[in-house]
Design a protein around this ligand. Sequence first.
Ligand SMILES: [Zn+2]
Length: 63
Amino acid sequence: MVEKRLHAGHPMGAVVHRADCTVIQRDVNPIGVGDARQALTGDGKFFHACELCCPEAHLGIPE
Ligand SMILES: [Zn+2]
């Protein structure tokens, strides 16, 4: 499972986390694996993978 964190007013947009990420400090909206993969492989200007929990590796996305 992957979640995304929305930064209010943050220019980088949303950060995608793994569900067990320990650095999530704000409210998150749970999203499915398919949605997370699509978010990270689609328009990279809004969604970003968390650098600590590396959701892209969890999803099998080569970087
Ligand atoms: Zn994370």
